[in-house]
Design a protein around this ligand. Sequence first.
Ligand code: BGC
Length: 263
Amino acid sequence: MTDTHEGESLAIGIDIGGTGIKGALVDLRTGGLAGDRTKLSTPKGGEPEGIADTVVELLEKIGGDPSLPLGVCFPAAVVGGRTMSAANVSKKWIGFEAEKFFEDRLGRGIHFVNDADAAGVAEANFGAAKDVPGLVIMTTLGTGIGTALIHDGVLIPNAELGHLEIDGVDYETKASFAAKERGDLSWTRWASRLQKYYSRLEALLYPELFVVGGGVSKHYQEFLPKLELRAKIVPAALRNNAGILGAAALAASPKYMPSLQQV
Ligand code: BGC
């Protein structure tokens, strides 16, 4: 855990994914990147040692003062610093004391959080979900499908709704961006899967807004207009940097994510 860094305007965010690990220095006054984004490939197998080595290398490339708050987000449910699941990384992460493991390897405190939750926090503070009342569902379409629930600006952590079972299968295996690539699906065919997925989320949770992130969100015009939903659905304003920004913000100050008690 990091100490709180109230008043800090610079922080570092690292977003670990099933395919790539990216990070940057973030300016929290603007909610933008304060330096170039650096990206390295996730080592094959996604094992703890290999991922930690890559994070160390990435942090050296990013640079910055070692006293800056550092947020790291990861593609698994995270409870008390432990990774509880592992869909697109090694099964060794299940029940693993990941936060402490990274802190030991990096020699500094970190804030450790689920990747979709980090993206949701960033969109709620600086992006498409800012000041939106009611329920917002952040979804990230990448190697898997990440989801974050934000109600009146408050995060309900670790929603793992990418794994909703539809047609008898874990639906991230059908509707993630990786599934589109694997199956060489046209935008239209992929959009029909997304229609099924978002309709099911809508039937279960009645959100006001869906925010769609992940690298593919820059091509939102190819697929979002094909979807028919009650709720509004918009691309992430922070695109694929949302995870980096959210992890950095959470490391800098808890003010970026009010808790239920403060409501
Ligand atoms: C994981 C989630 C993660 C999402 C996006 C899913 O497979 O279970 O924890 O948020 O992928 O990376």
